[in-house]
Structure formats: C-alpha cells, structure tokens
Design a binder for this molecule. Structure first.
Ligand code: FAD
Length: 490
C-alpha cells in the first residue's frame, strides 16, 4: 500500500505550550510549519497552570496575550505566604517586558488561544491527528507517520519537533525515553476550582498557606471570581484522596484557620483532581533532525510553577534558533545543540529547587527562619524564585542561610542538635546544585544531592521501531549514556 507523503519545512508533534511557541517564530520566518495534535481544542490537560510575569511575557511574545486577556482573568500582582507560626510575607512581582502580573488560566481555555496564535502566525495546526512513528533516512529524522480519521499519511520535514509532553512518543521513537537525569517526587497534587467566597473582591495575590506539611495555593483564575485551590501534599497522602476526596478536602480546609478564613464556605465548582506521578527529569533533547521541546525533553516539579514558562520560552527559543539554519543539516544540528545547552543552563537551578521543595514534611525551624529573612519587604525577593529573575542560589544565598541558622539556634527552646543535623543533611543538596550549575558539563548525569532514586515515568509508549540503535543515537559524552538508574542516586 502506498502511503501519501507531503513535504513541509518543520513538523511539530503537540500543539500546547511548547509546540505552538516553537511554531510561531518559524512560521513568522516564512517556513511551512505543520503542528499535529491528537486532541481537539479546547481540550483540558493535567496542570495547575500558574504563570508569573516572566511566563506571561512569553504569551505576549507569541502574540497570544490579547486573546488570553479577552477571557477576563484576574491579573495577579502579589505573592503572599502564610506559615503556621504566624509568619507572613507579601511581595509584589518583578515586572518583565512591562508585565507586572501573573495569570492562572484553565488549560482548555489557554491552550485554545495558543493554537489560534500559532495559526495567526501562519502555522497550520491539525487537530485529531495521532503521530505513530518517526521516519528516518540515513540516521536522520526526516518526518513522521501519522493517522487521522482512519487514514495514515507521512509528513516529511527538515526538522521533527516532539512537543508531545511527558509521555512523548517522539522521545520513545528517537531512543531518548530514558532520562539521563531524574528524581522521584515526594509530593502529590490535589486541586479543584471554587467560586471564590470573596467574589471579585478576593485578594489579587497568589497565596501560599503552609501548615501540617501541606502547601496550599489559592490562585485567582478565570473568569474573575473563580479560584483554583491546590494542595501540594505528601505523595503518601494521595491514596486517601482517592478513597474519600471530599472528606480529605474538608479536613484540609478545617485544619488551617487562615485557609478556612480565606476559602471556607466556598461553593465547589469542580471535582477534585489528584496526581502523584510527578518525577522530574532531563532527557537527551536533540539529535540529527529532531528536538524534544517542553515536557517531552525536561520536566520539573510543578511546585516551581515554571513548567509552562519553560515550555513556552524554550519552544520559542528553539524556533528562533533554527529558523535561519533549517536547510543546512550540519548547521541545523549545531543550532539544536546550542539550544539544548541554553535550555539546560536556564532551567537547572529551578530543577534542583523543585526537587528540594518537593520533599514533604512540616516547615522546620531552620527553613522558617530562612523564610523570615524575606519578610517585611514589598520588593520582589522570594517571588523571584518563581519569577526566575535570578538563579535560586542568588536568592537563597549563603548569607541568608547563615542568618536563618543563627536565628533558629538562638530561638528560646530551640532543638540545637536537631537544627545542626538538618544543616548537615542539607549541605550535599546545596553544594550539589551549585556545583552542577557552575561546573558540570553538558548532559552531565553526576548526581546532585537534591535528586532522589525511585523515579518513574511509566512504560515506554511503544518500543522504538525496528532499526539499528546506531542510526538514532548520536555521539554523546560518555556519562550521558550510562544507565540513569546507576547514575542518579541521592
Ligand atoms: C499536576 C501538575 C501541575 C502543574 N502546574 C503547573 C503550574 O502551575 N504552572 C506551570 O507553569 N506548569 C505547571 N505544570 C507543568 C505544565 O503543565 C507543563 O510543563 C506544560 O503543560 C508542558 O507543555 P508542553 O507543551 O510541553 O506539553 P503538554 O501540555 O503535555 O502537551 C502535549 C500535547 O501533545 C499531544 N500529543 C501527545 N502525543 C501525541 C501524539 N502521538 N500525536 C499527536 N499529539 C500528541 C497531546 O495531545 C498534548 O496536547 C503542571 C504539571 C502538572 C502535572
């Protein structure tokens, strides 16, 4: 049977954050870009979807911001933190590109706008198309085979971009499914929409309530008056949410007077959604004629609120980087490697921070005193961790940690031995994260102290097609192709 073949410049699998963001600069540069997605938009996906100003500017850059603002979302200008011992922090976000607010748009609405932005830039977005295979010629990815409405066809292109999420078929097809760096996540997520009891007068702040080891986020959403509430809890508690979702939720709200005061009595607008499948990782993300953008190549704990920002930013940067080299394979592959290096350098601090933040447990006296060093200033500081204004190590500095340590040790009735043991336990993570950012090489799989063994990405979508491994595995530094199970241990 002959399969119909069409030729384009770039084929992108996945039409959400990374796929549409990559499509825009390529289409604007005049290339023929086809974006395929098995979903039909509007379509929801598992996400709590916070964007702080650094991420919102990406919506502006791709031309999606007017469509997003037309949805009538709350513009959120502050971050607040309420810890159980009465510690309160309130900061105004640092602006980026003149944007001084964050957004929290339900994914079905947000992603439909992204698709329209990609179309407006000139890309062709095809819905209800499932990619089944990557097509190869002489060891180079040259297209995809896909299925739509019972018809199978092939799209050939200079570049295949897998923007198809954590369970990336493209990653499996190019032999990059196994991460070279990964970490088990100790937190689970339980979240739902509420009609905010304070209506449109609700605080225009992303609020964090920390109590009993829970971190509850209250996030004004879209339209104004609708609020997303997320409990980032111990992953071990997630089975309880499966057994008795409403009972767990009631106990959560009743267990924290500050949270009860904020959202008690709210009408529940949606069912609870729950997940504890959140392992963080880096996959080898480029090779001859292919790239993995967004979650397909790299995922970090959602506690960082940065997954969409990175998918949008490095989708865009991928499109920009390859737009001028598309028709020269050697130049193209060099551009792909440059892009992957740039992504890794930009994301690594936040990856390690996410791994540390995803450890469950109540706030320790040491962490509380370090947090207290942020209190009393309206200027952006702690919020820069989410906003990516500086690397995490430049925000939670050694000086700040020493100040917190001294305060914790001096507090009346302090368990000094316990505090010093915690410091000792934290050192490998502190040193490892800094060493990794400053010294370790590209695609290094040297473990850092933040990483925990036991990560799990589920089964490979489908074994790679029957072709010799040498055809799809480009030359790598030796450490990047060893088994991640051997290399990544805390
Ligand atoms: C519980 C949770 C909470 C989160 N909270 C936040 C948050 O608050 N803020 C934040 O910034 N990030 C958050 N994230 C992360 C964020 O959701 C992701 O980083 C982001 O969605 C990545 O976008 P993407 O475009 O790479 O992939 P995805 O959004 O996963 O999109 C992939 C697309 O590829 C399509 N696809 C897959 N396979 C195929 C195929 N074979 N053929 C055709 N199409 C295919 C899918 O249909 C899908 O539309 C959260 C994630 C989780 C799990």
């Amino acid at each position: 049977m002959t399969i119909p073949v069409e030729h384009v410049d770039v084929v992108i699998v996945g039409a959400r954050c990374a796929g549409t963001a990559a499509a825009v600069p390529l289409a604007r540069a005049g290339h023929r870009v086809v974006v395929l997605d098995k979903a039909t938009f509007p379509s929801d996906t598992m996400s709590t979807h916070v964007l702080v100003p650094n991420g919102v500017q990406e919506l502006q850059l791709m031309g999606a911001l007017p469509g997003i603002l037309a949805l009538g979302p709350t513009k959120v200008r502050h971050l607040t933190l309420h810890d159980e011992d009465g510690l309160e922090i309130k900061e105004r976000f640092k602006p980026f590109s003149g944007i001084d607010y964050g957004l929290c748009i339900p994914r079905d609405q947000q992603d439909a706008v992204l698709v329209e932005a990609a179309r407006a830039a000139g890309a062709e977005v095809r819905e209800k198309v499932t990619v089944q295979e990557v097509v190869w010629r002489d060891g180079r990815a040259v297209g995809v085979r896909c299925k739509s409405g019972g018809k199978v066809y092939e799209i050939q292109a200079e570049l295949v971009i897998g923007a198809d999420g954590r369970r990336s078929k493209v990653a499996a097809e190019v032999g990059a499914w196994e991460p070279y760096r990964a970490s088990k996540n100790g937190r689970g997520f339980a979240f739902r929409y509420l009609d905010d009891p304070q209506g449109e007068d609700a605080p225009k702040a992303f609020q964090i309530f920390r109590k009993h080891g829970n971190q509850v986020l209250v996030l004004p959403s879209c339209p104004a008056g609708r609020t997303l509430v997320v409990n980032m809890t111990d992953a071990a508690d997630i089975p309880k949410y499966h057994e008795d979702p409403e009972g767990e939720w009631k106990a959560l709200v009743a267990g924290d007077p500050a949270l009860e005061e904020r959202i008690g009595g709210a009408t529940n607008a949606s069912d609870l959604r729950v997940t504890d499948h959140l392992s963080a990782y880096y996959r080898r993300s480029t090779g001859p004629g292919w790239a993995l953008a967004g979650d397909a190549g790299h995922f970090k704990d959602p506690v960082t609120g940065n997954g969409m920002r990175d998918a949008l930013k490095f989708g865009r940067r991928l499109g920009e980087e390859v737009a001028v080299t598309l028709h020269d394979p050697a130049e193209l592959d060099a551009a792909l490697t440059r892009w992957e290096k740039e992504r890794d350098a930009d994301t690594i601090s936040t990856y390690h921070w996410g791994n540390r933040e995803s450890r469950p447990g109540p706030t320790s006296p040491l962490v509380r005193e370090v947090l207290r060093t942020f209190a009393g200033q309206d200027a952006p500081n702690l919020s820069d961790t989410f906003n990516r204004a500086r690397p995490i190590e430049a925000i939670i500095t050694p000086a700040r940690m020493v100040k917190g340590l001294v305060a914790a040790l001096r507090a009346p009735g302090a368990d000094r031995l316990g505090i010093l043991k915690e410091v000792w336990g934290e050192l490998p993570a502190e040193i490892g994260a800094r060493r990794h950012r400053l010294l370790d090489g590209f695609r290094s799989s040297r473990p850092a102290g933040t990483e925990r063994p036991g990560w799990d990405l589920g089964p490979t979508p489908k074994a790679p097609s029957l072709r010799p491994a040498t055809e799809v595995v480009p030359e790598q530094p030796v450490d990047s192709i060893q088994s991640p199970r051997e290399k990544v241990s805390a």
